[in-house]
Design a protein around this ligand. Structure first.
Ligand code: KDG
Ligand code: MG
Length: 403
């Protein structure tokens, strides 16, 4: 089965998505997600100029060889743009392989390890009370796990909290990066109060998660991890920027709060010291940024040796294609932890018809051959690309900080 055509579809049904379609001479096609929030067209250019012309005529069944051709063959390795492009090709080829085998993707991976996939919801409020109301709503929807983020007094705009009550949170909300102001002290003083309030109102059974979004230094992260220990979090996410993996040694020495890392990683090499030293508990790299199934399953296998589990990134800036493939992976992977779930808009769901289902706080995998997600190309055309950038953060004195 040879690749006869490959093209990119850019659509913006509420937010931008980049989708790759690979077509074979036998008429079977596959779909991959190539969305890199705020840098979408860089991946489009990489695919169109450097990847797709070299795919035409290749045997679509040789996924492993094509992966290495694109990775080793580029000479320039790793990086989010390259790896998002490789991921999209890989997801589309696995979709083709599973369709050709007339099997849902999880069957090709090794079959079901579980019946359903536990998800966590985003609960955010302008203040602690607003956040508690959201937790209540999400428990009523059946969620067993919630990520809690609340506004911090004295910080006007903060990661994870919508600008206005009742609005959805979307960080890429301006053509050019919006400037936010950050205060570590105000944040560190406030967060333990949020967790105390959630446990006080909802008890011990619900899993609680929190995303620091890379803003602390290692010793500050250690302080936060210790401060929230009484509230036994499921995880504390991205507590420091993680280019320096060694930072986690210090954090781990001080706290038993479980740590999740990796939504901005794209290679197994980003994880090696973290895993081998048992400094983290969950890996977060999504299939659409970490080299697709071919590479992410190697990361998951390495993680499994160290009792580390998966907790894939799943905000709305990963398309339903990535989410659909992730649900197959989650259904199979032995060391599954949890799946992030931030519901897509109705417009997005219409552009990407899919057969996964959400029920009672869990995803249920579909039985259609492939990963079960398609794209309605005619509908996609009705939503043209709009430039959208992620914000930047500055300390109160104006210093540029991590967002
Ligand atoms: O969902 C999360 O945990 C995130 O941190 C979301 C990121 O801010 C988002 O994907 C940036 O594009
Ligand atoms: Mg995150």
């Amino acid at each position: 089965m040879k690749i006869s055509d490959a093209y990119v579809i850019v659509t913006s049904p509420g937010r931008n998505f980049v989708t790759l379609k690979i077509v074979t001479d036998e008429g079977v096609y596959g779909i991959g997600d190539a969305t890199l929030n705020g840098r979408e067209l860089a991946v489009v250019a990489y695919l169109e100029e450097h990847v797709l012309p070299a795919l035409i005529g290749r045997d679509a069944s040789r996924i492993e060889d094509i992966w290495h051709y694109l990775y080793r063959g580029a000479y320039w390795r790793r990086g989010p743009v390259t790896m998002a492009a490789i991921s999209a090709v890989d997801l589309a080829l696995w979709d083709i392989k599973a369709k050709a085998a007339n099997m849902p993707l999880y069957q090709l991976l090794g079959g079901k390890s579980r019946e359903r996939v536990m998800t966590y919801a985003h609960c955010t409020g302008r203040d602690i009370d607003g956040c508690l109301d959201e937790v209540e709503k999400h428990i009523a929807l059946g969620y067993r796990a919630v990520r809690v983020q609340a506004g911090v007094p004295g910080i006007p705009t903060i990661y994870g909290v919508a600008k206005r009550e009742g609005e959805r949170y979307e960080p890429a909300d301006a053509e050019l990066p919006a400037e936010h102001v950050w205060s570590t002290e105000k944040y560190l003083n406030h967060v333990p109060k949020l967790f105390a309030a959630v446990r006080e109102r909802f008890g011990d059974d619900i899993h609680l998660l929190h995303d620091v979004h890379h803003r602390l230094t290692p010793i500050e992260a250690a302080r936060l991890g210790k401060a929230v220990e009484p509230y036994h979090l499921f995880w504390l996410e991205d507590c420091v920027p993680a280019e320096n993996q060694e930072s986690f040694r210090l954090i781990r020495q001080h706290t038993t709060t479980p740590l999740a890392v990796g939504e901005v990683f794209n290679s197994i090499h980003d994880y090696r010291e973290l895993l081998e030293n048992q400094w983290i508990d969950y890996i977060r790299t999504p299939l659409s940024h970490g080299g697709g199934l071919t590479h992410v399953r190697r990361i998951a296998d390495l993680a499994g040796l160290y009792h580390v589990r998966t907790g894939f990134h799943g905000p709305t800036d990963l398309s339903p294609v990535c989410l659909g493939a992730a649900i197959h992976f989650d259904t199979w992977v032995p060391n599954f932890g949890i799946q992030e779930h931030m519901p897509h808009t109705a417009e997005t769901d219409a552009v990407f018809p899919h057969d996964y289902r959400f029920e009672d706080g869990h995803f249920l995998v579909g039985e259609a051959p492939g990963h079960g997600v398609d794209i309605d190309e005619a509908l996609a055309k009705q939503y043209p690309y709009k430039r959208a950038s992620l914000p930047v953060n500055r300390l109160e004195d104006g210093t540029l900080w991590h967002w």
